[in-house]
Every structure is written in structure tokens, then in C-alpha cells.
Design a protein around this ligand. Structure first.
Ligand SMILES: [Zn+2]
Ligand SMILES: [Zn+2]
Length: 373
């Protein structure tokens, strides 16, 4: 009897307290969790090559500390959401319209973004953009130790200070129409600095522009091939990220660290990836392709007696394969998908040889890839 009373009392209390909770939620604070976007990182699926890790990098972007419109920590969060491993915030040293309002100096964006980069496990490279009229135009200095010391009057003094700090220096957007309205030129000063090993790379791609001629300079002068967003606004507002990854440079590094990145870039182990295009030296594009695509001849023929060959793309790359002769058809391999190729048994090629029409190993030159059957 005593137990029954206790039970009833407990039930009344539970009901009362339950009503109280409902009332409180309904009147004072009702959380609508369906409005919270799910936070997840997009994985970028590209293979490793030659025993190196493939690091996805964007080493050209801006924030409010130059002429961008976002705060440095947002750049780190974007990088995480969009699948990158490493970024550099490369503020213009000479063009910073928001500074009178927000204060700070040429190192501020790095210092603000550094704790966030640790929280998101993004590698943050200290960098800056030397922003001058052409020539020498705009150059990014990466792996520097103090951006403030690069903020000097003479462009060459800024470049040589970056060099003294051990910088990896890139000639940015050589065909940008604001500076080069009709031509994309490597000036004598660039050639001189390349010869002295002061300039190490060129952007063959910037923002939404691709400069095929600059890829030829990279191959001729053994420069690292790079391509970056140069993003000033929110990247997901600018790029159609549902269709393409943001533009990036793939760096093939011994380890996922700042040191690993630095070694790989000075060793020129980089390729640029933008839209459906990839640009870089043939010796890097070959393993990148062969580690992405597998070709297998099937035992069964199709209903017309043709040999079936399965071509599987295990990566986020797109491949537009054009046959080098008429014995077999071409194919466009969409990311992470499989194509069936049907071969005429009379012609029966012993191998498939393609050029990849949307990949580039020099100005106007595509790589050729071969599969033995
Ligand atoms: Zn620039
Ligand atoms: Zn820039």
C-alpha cells in the first residue's frame, strides 16, 4: 500500500515536471535544430604518387587585412569544409583599405588564423603578396618569417628581403588584364630572378583565369606549376562548389607538415588543378593518372561479339580520353565512375593509347597514356 502511494506520488511529480519542461520550451526557448547546417568536410579523392602524400593547397587568398571581405579565421574554416590540407593568407603588403578601420599590420592575419588552423588541423603557411606595377607585378612570398619587413618602397628590396627570409616566391597571374591587357609576358627581371633562384614558381591559373603560355615557362625554366583561388570574398559564394572543387595546387610531400610542404615545393613537386583541368610536368601527371584509372579487359564479349573493357576512374578528376588512332573509341571519365569500352575483335588492339585532352604538360600539349590489354 505504501509502495503504491509512493508510485502515484512519483507519477504526479513526473507529470508535473514534464509539463513544466514542455511549458518552458514552448514559451521561452524552442531550438529548431533543423536550421543548423550539418558541419562536415568534403573529402577530395585524389591518389598519392611515388610514395608521396598528395596535399591539397591554396596558397593565395585575402582577408580584411588587405582588400578581402572576410576575417582570417573564416579562411581556415573554409579550407576545412572544402577538403584542403594547407593554405596561406597572402595579404597585399601595399593595398589594405580596411586597415584604418581595423588596425593590425602585415602579420595580423597569420597571427589571428594560427589558433584556428590548429583547431581545424589545417597547415597554415605564413605568406604575403608583394603588389607592384608590371614588371615585376605581383609576387607571393611563402614560408616567410616576418611580412612587415617586406613592406618597403622598392619592389626589388621587398623581393630580396623575402628571399633572405628563405621564401618560396611565385610570379602571380601573369596574364591579368589589369596589368597585361593583351599579352602574358615573362619580363627580363623575372628571367633574371629565375636564374638567381629567387623566383621558383608561376601561377598558370588564378581565380578564374588560365594562362596556357605560363605552363610553357614553367617547363622551360623548371618552375613549380601552381594555381590558386586568390579569393577575396566567401569562397562558396564565388565558386560553384557543387560542381567543382575550388582551384588548388596539389603538392606531393614526404609528410603532411610545413617542412614537408616547403621541401616538396622547392623540389617542384606540384601540379595545378582548376575546373576540370590539370597542368603540370608529364613525370607527375603520368603517375597521377595511372593511380587514378584502372583498365581491365573483361572475359565476356557483348551481344555483338565485341570485347568489353572496363575503364574505372577512382578519383575526383575528370579525364577526356581521346584515342591516338581510330582502332578504338574515346571516353570521358567522370569523377568516381566507370565506362565500358567496346572493341572491334577484327582490329583487336593490343593496347589502348590516349591523349588526355583536358590535362596539360606544356603549352598546347597533352599527356599521352598507354594501357596494355
Ligand atoms: Zn595579385
Ligand atoms: Zn592576390
Amino acid at each position: 500500500m505504501r509502495t503504491k502511494k509512493l508510485f502515484i506520488l512519483t507519477m504526479i511529480l513526473v507529470l508535473l515536471s514534464g509539463q513544466a519542461v514542455v511549458a518552458q520550451n514552448t514559451v521561452n526557448n524552442v531550438k529548431l535544430y533543423e536550421l543548423n547546417r550539418q558541419k562536415h568536410r568534403t573529402n577530395i579523392n585524389v591518389p598519392e604518387i611515388d610514395g608521396y602524400k598528395t596535399l591539397k593547397c591554396d596558397f593565395h587568398m585575402h582577408t580584411m587585412f588587405s582588400d578581402g571581405i572576410v576575417w582570417p579565421t573564416l579562411r581556415v574554416a573554409e579550407a576545412w569544409y572544402e577538403g584542403l590540407d594547407a593554405i596561406s593568407i597572402t595579404e597585399h603588403l601595399e593595398n589594405n583599405p580596411s586597415r584604418p578601420h581595423i588596425g593590425g599590420d602585415d602579420n595580423s592575419s597569420y597571427e589571428i588564423a594560427l589558433p584556428a588552423s590548429k583547431d581545424y588541423n589545417i597547415l597554415l603557411v605564413r605568406g604575403a603578396e608583394i603588389t607592384r606595377s608590371m614588371p615585376p607585378g605581383h609576387l607571393n612570398a611563402l614560408f616567410i618569417s616576418d611580412a612587415n619587413k617586406l613592406d618597403v618602397k622598392e619592389p626589388l628590396d621587398a623581393i630580396m628581403e623575402a628571399h633572405r627570409q628563405g621564401a618560396f616566391i611565385t610570379f602571380n597571374h601573369p596574364g591579368w588584364k589589369a596589368q597585361q591587357p593583351d599579352t602574358c609576358l615573362l619580363f627580363d627581371i623575372h628571367k633574371e630572378l629565375i636564374e638567381k633562384d629567387v623566383i621558383h614558381a608561376v601561377e598558370v591559373f588564378n581565380e578564374n583565369e588560365w594562362y596556357p603560355i605560363a605552363l610553357g615557362w614553367c617547363i622551360e625554366h623548371n618552375l613549380a606549376v601552381t594555381g590558386y583561388s586568390d579569393i577575396h570574398e566567401v569562397s562558396s559564394h564565388y565558386y560553384p562548389l557543387d560542381k567543382y572543387h575550388r582551384p588548388m595546387t596539389l603538392v606531393f610531400a614526404t609528410e603532411r607538415s610545413i617542412e614537408g610542404l616547403r621541401d616538396a615545393m622547392f623540389a617542384r613537386r606540384t601540379v595545378a588543378w582548376f575546373s576540370k583541368y590539370v597542368a603540370g610536368p608529364d613525370h607527375l601527371l603520368q603517375p597521377l593518372y595511372h593511380n587514378s584509372v584502372t583498365v581491365s579487359k573483361l572475359k565476356n564479349s557483348d551481344s555483338k561479339g565485341r570485347t568489353l573493357v572496363e575503364v574505372r576512374n577512382n578519383s575526383d578528376f575528370t579525364f577526356e580520353l581521346q584515342p591516338v588512332n581510330a582502332d578504338f573509341p574515346g571516353a570521358t571519365l567522370q569523377p568516381n565512375s566507370t565506362e565500358l569500352i567496346r572493341l572491334d575483335p577484327v582490329k583487336a588492339p593490343a593496347r589502348l593509347q590516349y591523349t588526355i585532352a583536358n590535362w596539360f604538360i606544356d603549352t598546347g600539349k597533352n599527356p599521352t597514356v598507354t594501357h596494355q590489354l
